[in-house]
Design a protein. Structure first.
Length: 300
């Protein structure tokens, strides 16, 4: 990528408006993809649920969630449109992967043996991916240059290097600065000092598209770096990243390219947050508050 790191392009608003034209009158759910959310280890159900809801509200035709068995009743009670499935092993996950058109992995995933088994199974597919949260932390663990016991154990738990692709064209990584620092083996302070350079470094290291979250989120594609000009301080609350991963996954499921899904997903997420903050204020803004304005933005 030949991008000059002193410049970032704005997200193309005209292209986004054209992409959100009304659907064909004879459309059916099979036209809009089947997104699979993988996450929600014990005690972290909410993250996977928020990602699933955001994915569905973005317009994915079907959304499944692969999660721990104890979460299923709560998921069905809150959002029966989501197909929540109990997954306790990589073997349990395989049938769901064969039905999915895109996978979002990371929200509430954790870093347990279960988490590593889920990530290993997902990475062994060639499906388009959105990789967030603890899935990024596990990737970072796999990238350690030394051969300490922890790194080696992680590699073995992820089914060995033969199954693991650490570079691929069809994934979107969505780290916040802390996760980015672990992926690049640097510090959050260094990330903050040159966000553009580090966004580019992430894309070049892992290929695909890298979204470096934060004020003025950056989207690094193979051709250019884009910057979101929207967003507000109310977004500094738990769950915002889970909703973003779901939005991006929902766009991917509907056939958007990885570049457009990342750029448009970040833009829609920030714009929905601005609308919600303008209505009720920044303080106390919750991630699920974005879902109502998000739907309005998706139907101009």
């Amino acid at each position: 990528m030949k991008t000059q790191t002193s410049l970032a392009l704005p997200i193309d608003q005209r292209k986004l408006r054209l992409a959100l034209r009304p659907r064909a009158r004879d459309a059916h759910k099979g036209d809009f993809g089947h997104a699979l959310i993988v996450g929600g280890d014990k005690g972290m159900a909410g993250a996977a649920l928020m990602a699933g809801e955001a994915c569905a509200r973005t317009g994915a035709g079907k959304v499944s969630i692969a999660t721990r068995s104890e979460h299923i009743p709560a998921f069905i009670a809150r959002t029966p449109e989501l197909m929540a499935r109990s997954v306790e092993s990589a073997d349990d996950l395989m049938p769901l992967l064969t039905m999915a058109t895109v996978v979002v992995i990371g929200p509430g995933l954790g870093q347990t043996d279960w988490s590593k088994a889920m990530l290993g199974a997902v990475l062994a597919t060639d499906l388009p991916l959105v990789v967030d949260a603890d899935a990024l932390n596990l990737l970072a663990l796999m990238c350690y240059r030394d051969n300490n016991d922890t790194a080696q154990a992680a590699k073995e738990a992820l089914a060995g290097d033969a199954c693991v692709q650490l570079q691929r064209d069809n994934w979107i990584l969505t780290p916040h600065p802390g996760e980015a620092s672990r992926l690049l083996n640097t510090s959050t302070r260094q990330i903050a000092e040159d966000r553009l350079q580090h966004a580019q470094d992430l894309q070049q290291r892992f290929q695909g598209v890298a979204v470096l979250k934060g004020k003025g989120s950056l989207i690094a594609t193979p051709e250019a770096i884009y910057q979101c000009r929207r967003g507000n301080a109310g977004m500094a609350s738990g769950g915002m990243g889970d909703v973003l991963s779901g939005i991006i996954g929902g766009l991917l499921a509907q056939g958007f390219s990885v570049n457009d899904a990342a750029c448009f997903g970040v833009e829609l997420h920030a714009h929905a947050a601005d609308i919600a903050a303008k209505r009720d204020g920044e303080r106390g803004l919750l991630a699920t508050d974005l879902l109502s304005p998000l739907r309005t933005l998706l139907n101009p």
